[in-house]
Design a protein. Structure first.
Length: 257
Protein backbone atom coordinates (compact mmCIF):
# COMPACT_ATOMS: atom_id res chain seq x y z
CA UNK A 1 0.00 0.00 0.00
CA UNK A 2 1.28 3.46 -0.93
CA UNK A 3 0.93 5.68 2.10
CA UNK A 4 0.48 9.40 1.52
CA UNK A 5 2.48 12.01 3.41
CA UNK A 6 -0.62 13.37 5.17
CA UNK A 7 -1.44 9.86 6.42
CA UNK A 8 2.09 9.44 7.79
CA UNK A 9 1.93 12.86 9.46
CA UNK A 10 -1.41 12.14 11.14
CA UNK A 11 -0.30 8.74 12.44
CA UNK A 12 2.99 10.10 13.80
CA UNK A 13 1.19 12.98 15.54
CA UNK A 14 -1.29 10.51 16.99
CA UNK A 15 1.61 8.35 18.14
CA UNK A 16 2.99 11.25 20.18
CA UNK A 17 -0.45 12.17 21.50
CA UNK A 18 -1.62 8.70 22.55
CA UNK A 19 0.62 8.45 25.62
CA UNK A 20 -0.12 12.05 26.56
CA UNK A 21 -3.83 11.29 26.51
CA UNK A 22 -3.24 8.13 28.56
CA UNK A 23 -1.49 10.08 31.33
CA UNK A 24 -3.10 13.49 30.88
CA UNK A 25 -6.32 14.45 29.13
CA UNK A 26 -7.83 10.92 29.19
CA UNK A 27 -10.39 11.65 26.47
CA UNK A 28 -10.35 8.01 25.35
CA UNK A 29 -8.01 8.03 22.33
CA UNK A 30 -5.47 5.98 24.29
CA UNK A 31 -7.62 2.82 24.23
CA UNK A 32 -6.46 -0.04 22.03
CA UNK A 33 -9.75 -0.28 20.14
CA UNK A 34 -9.70 3.48 19.53
CA UNK A 35 -6.10 3.33 18.30
CA UNK A 36 -7.01 0.62 15.81
CA UNK A 37 -10.09 2.57 14.75
CA UNK A 38 -8.21 5.83 14.15
CA UNK A 39 -5.30 4.26 12.26
CA UNK A 40 -7.68 2.13 10.20
CA UNK A 41 -9.71 5.24 9.38
CA UNK A 42 -6.61 7.17 8.32
CA UNK A 43 -5.35 4.33 6.12
CA UNK A 44 -8.77 3.50 4.70
CA UNK A 45 -9.17 0.02 6.20
CA UNK A 46 -11.53 0.45 9.12
CA UNK A 47 -12.37 -3.26 9.40
CA UNK A 48 -8.76 -4.34 9.96
CA UNK A 49 -8.18 -1.53 12.44
CA UNK A 50 -11.22 -2.45 14.52
CA UNK A 51 -10.34 -6.15 14.44
CA UNK A 52 -6.80 -5.61 15.71
CA UNK A 53 -7.71 -2.87 18.18
CA UNK A 54 -10.73 -4.75 19.51
CA UNK A 55 -8.73 -7.95 20.01
CA UNK A 56 -5.97 -6.15 21.90
CA UNK A 57 -8.61 -4.26 23.90
CA UNK A 58 -9.75 -7.59 25.35
CA UNK A 59 -6.27 -8.04 26.78
CA UNK A 60 -6.38 -4.70 28.58
CA UNK A 61 -9.55 -5.53 30.52
CA UNK A 62 -8.78 -6.15 34.17
CA UNK A 63 -5.23 -4.78 33.79
CA UNK A 64 -4.34 -1.49 35.44
CA UNK A 65 -1.20 0.31 36.52
CA UNK A 66 -1.65 0.09 40.29
CA UNK A 67 0.91 1.93 42.39
CA UNK A 68 2.73 3.24 39.33
CA UNK A 69 3.58 -0.23 38.03
CA UNK A 70 4.21 -0.59 34.30
CA UNK A 71 1.87 -2.77 32.25
CA UNK A 72 1.91 -3.80 28.57
CA UNK A 73 1.01 -0.87 26.33
CA UNK A 74 -1.61 -2.45 24.09
CA UNK A 75 -2.67 0.99 22.86
CA UNK A 76 0.59 1.73 21.09
CA UNK A 77 0.78 -1.93 20.06
CA UNK A 78 -2.62 -1.62 18.36
CA UNK A 79 -1.42 1.48 16.51
CA UNK A 80 1.79 -0.19 15.34
CA UNK A 81 0.14 -3.53 14.55
CA UNK A 82 -2.63 -1.92 12.52
CA UNK A 83 -0.22 0.25 10.56
CA UNK A 84 2.14 -2.61 9.69
CA UNK A 85 -0.73 -4.97 8.80
CA UNK A 86 -2.44 -2.55 6.43
CA UNK A 87 0.71 -1.17 4.78
CA UNK A 88 2.25 -4.63 4.19
CA UNK A 89 -1.01 -6.30 3.17
CA UNK A 90 -0.76 -9.06 5.79
CA UNK A 91 -3.65 -10.72 7.61
CA UNK A 92 -5.08 -9.11 10.72
CA UNK A 93 -4.25 -12.20 12.79
CA UNK A 94 -0.58 -11.87 11.90
CA UNK A 95 -0.73 -8.17 12.77
CA UNK A 96 -2.04 -9.01 16.23
CA UNK A 97 0.79 -11.47 16.75
CA UNK A 98 3.34 -8.83 15.73
CA UNK A 99 1.74 -6.30 18.09
CA UNK A 100 2.22 -8.42 21.23
CA UNK A 101 6.04 -7.97 21.37
CA UNK A 102 5.52 -4.23 20.89
CA UNK A 103 3.27 -4.14 23.96
CA UNK A 104 5.94 -5.97 25.97
CA UNK A 105 8.71 -3.64 24.75
CA UNK A 106 6.66 -0.61 25.78
CA UNK A 107 6.84 -1.83 29.40
CA UNK A 108 10.59 -1.19 29.36
CA UNK A 109 10.14 2.20 27.73
CA UNK A 110 7.54 3.08 30.35
CA UNK A 111 10.02 2.28 33.12
CA UNK A 112 12.62 4.45 31.35
CA UNK A 113 10.09 7.27 31.11
CA UNK A 114 9.31 7.27 34.84
CA UNK A 115 13.01 7.01 35.67
CA UNK A 116 13.96 10.03 33.59
CA UNK A 117 10.94 12.00 34.79
CA UNK A 118 12.33 11.80 38.34
CA UNK A 119 14.99 14.30 37.26
CA UNK A 120 12.36 16.80 36.15
CA UNK A 121 10.39 16.28 39.36
CA UNK A 122 13.43 16.94 41.53
CA UNK A 123 14.28 20.06 39.53
CA UNK A 124 10.69 21.26 39.85
CA UNK A 125 10.89 20.78 43.64
CA UNK A 126 14.08 22.84 43.77
CA UNK A 127 12.49 25.59 41.70
CA UNK A 128 9.43 25.53 43.98
CA UNK A 129 11.69 25.98 47.03
CA UNK A 130 13.26 28.97 45.28
CA UNK A 131 9.78 30.29 44.34
CA UNK A 132 10.80 30.09 40.70
CA UNK A 133 7.42 29.15 39.31
CA UNK A 134 8.48 29.61 35.69
CA UNK A 135 11.05 26.89 36.30
CA UNK A 136 8.39 24.61 37.82
CA UNK A 137 6.21 25.14 34.75
CA UNK A 138 9.17 24.44 32.45
CA UNK A 139 9.99 21.17 34.23
CA UNK A 140 6.35 20.14 33.97
CA UNK A 141 6.41 20.70 30.21
CA UNK A 142 9.65 18.72 29.90
CA UNK A 143 8.02 15.83 31.75
CA UNK A 144 4.99 15.97 29.45
CA UNK A 145 7.21 15.97 26.36
CA UNK A 146 9.21 13.04 27.73
CA UNK A 147 5.94 11.15 28.25
CA UNK A 148 4.94 11.80 24.65
CA UNK A 149 8.31 10.55 23.39
CA UNK A 150 7.67 7.14 25.00
CA UNK A 151 5.06 6.26 22.40
CA UNK A 152 6.00 8.82 19.73
CA UNK A 153 9.50 7.50 18.97
CA UNK A 154 8.42 3.83 18.46
CA UNK A 155 5.58 4.97 16.21
CA UNK A 156 7.90 7.28 14.25
CA UNK A 157 10.42 4.48 13.73
CA UNK A 158 7.61 2.13 12.69
CA UNK A 159 6.25 4.58 10.14
CA UNK A 160 9.70 5.41 8.72
CA UNK A 161 11.22 1.93 8.52
CA UNK A 162 8.74 -0.55 9.95
CA UNK A 163 6.78 -1.67 6.87
CA UNK A 164 9.95 -2.06 4.78
CA UNK A 165 11.81 -4.05 7.42
CA UNK A 166 8.81 -6.16 8.37
CA UNK A 167 7.98 -6.76 4.71
CA UNK A 168 11.51 -7.98 4.00
CA UNK A 169 11.45 -10.23 7.06
CA UNK A 170 8.08 -11.70 6.10
CA UNK A 171 9.40 -12.48 2.60
CA UNK A 172 12.06 -14.72 4.18
CA UNK A 173 9.76 -16.35 6.73
CA UNK A 174 8.71 -19.87 5.65
CA UNK A 175 5.02 -20.52 5.05
CA UNK A 176 4.74 -22.93 7.98
CA UNK A 177 5.92 -20.25 10.41
CA UNK A 178 3.65 -17.59 8.92
CA UNK A 179 0.74 -19.99 9.16
CA UNK A 180 1.58 -20.73 12.79
CA UNK A 181 1.69 -17.03 13.63
CA UNK A 182 -1.67 -16.53 11.91
CA UNK A 183 -3.21 -19.38 13.93
CA UNK A 184 -1.73 -17.96 17.13
CA UNK A 185 -3.17 -14.56 16.30
CA UNK A 186 -6.56 -16.15 15.78
CA UNK A 187 -6.40 -17.72 19.24
CA UNK A 188 -5.59 -14.43 20.99
CA UNK A 189 -9.25 -13.24 21.14
CA UNK A 190 -10.12 -16.42 23.07
CA UNK A 191 -7.16 -15.78 25.35
CA UNK A 192 -8.39 -12.25 26.00
CA UNK A 193 -11.88 -13.51 26.87
CA UNK A 194 -10.35 -16.13 29.16
CA UNK A 195 -8.32 -13.49 31.00
CA UNK A 196 -11.43 -11.35 31.38
CA UNK A 197 -13.47 -14.22 32.81
CA UNK A 198 -10.87 -14.72 35.54
CA UNK A 199 -11.68 -11.26 36.92
CA UNK A 200 -15.47 -11.54 36.67
CA UNK A 201 -17.84 -13.25 39.16
CA UNK A 202 -18.63 -16.01 36.66
CA UNK A 203 -19.95 -18.49 39.24
CA UNK A 204 -22.64 -16.06 40.40
CA UNK A 205 -23.82 -15.29 36.86
CA UNK A 206 -23.06 -18.53 35.04
CA UNK A 207 -26.61 -18.74 33.66
CA UNK A 208 -26.16 -15.50 31.72
CA UNK A 209 -22.87 -16.81 30.32
CA UNK A 210 -24.74 -19.85 28.98
CA UNK A 211 -27.37 -17.60 27.37
CA UNK A 212 -24.68 -15.61 25.59
CA UNK A 213 -22.91 -18.80 24.47
CA UNK A 214 -26.11 -20.30 23.04
CA UNK A 215 -26.97 -17.06 21.24
CA UNK A 216 -23.51 -16.75 19.68
CA UNK A 217 -22.81 -20.41 18.84
CA UNK A 218 -26.15 -22.16 18.25
CA UNK A 219 -28.26 -19.20 17.08
CA UNK A 220 -25.34 -17.69 15.14
CA UNK A 221 -26.22 -14.24 16.50
CA UNK A 222 -23.77 -11.40 15.71
CA UNK A 223 -21.81 -9.97 18.61
CA UNK A 224 -23.89 -6.77 18.48
CA UNK A 225 -27.05 -8.83 18.90
CA UNK A 226 -25.54 -10.66 21.89
CA UNK A 227 -24.56 -7.33 23.43
CA UNK A 228 -28.07 -5.94 22.94
CA UNK A 229 -29.56 -9.10 24.46
CA UNK A 230 -27.30 -8.71 27.50
CA UNK A 231 -28.23 -5.04 27.80
CA UNK A 232 -31.94 -5.92 27.67
CA UNK A 233 -31.55 -8.54 30.43
CA UNK A 234 -29.57 -6.08 32.56
CA UNK A 235 -32.24 -3.40 32.08
CA UNK A 236 -35.06 -5.81 33.05
CA UNK A 237 -33.21 -6.92 36.19
CA UNK A 238 -32.39 -3.33 37.12
CA UNK A 239 -36.03 -2.26 36.88
CA UNK A 240 -37.16 -5.32 38.80
CA UNK A 241 -34.69 -4.69 41.62
CA UNK A 242 -35.64 -1.02 41.72
CA UNK A 243 -39.35 -1.94 41.99
CA UNK A 244 -38.65 -4.43 44.80
CA UNK A 245 -36.72 -1.83 46.78
CA UNK A 246 -39.49 0.72 46.31
CA UNK A 247 -42.14 -1.73 47.54
CA UNK A 248 -40.27 -2.54 50.76
CA UNK A 249 -41.33 -0.54 53.87
CA UNK A 250 -38.70 1.94 54.98
CA UNK A 251 -39.94 2.62 58.52
CA UNK A 252 -43.02 2.97 60.72
CA UNK A 253 -44.36 1.15 63.80
CA UNK A 254 -44.90 -2.58 64.12
CA UNK A 255 -48.48 -3.85 63.84
CA UNK A 256 -48.38 -5.13 67.46
CA UNK A 257 -47.69 -1.62 68.67
Amino acid sequence: MDVQFWQIALIVLYGFFINYDKNGTMIGTSQAVTAGLIVGLILGDLKTGLYIGGTLQLMTLGISSFGGSSVPDYQTAALVGTYITITTGQSASLGITLAIPVAMLMVQLDVLKWTTNIYFQNKAQNYADEENYKGVERMHLFGVFNTMLTSGIPVLLTVVAGPTIVGQIIDYIPDWLTGGLTVAGGLLPALGIGLLLRYLPVKSYFGYLIIGFVAAVYLDMPILGVALLGAAIALILFKKNSSDQTAQPTGGMDEDE
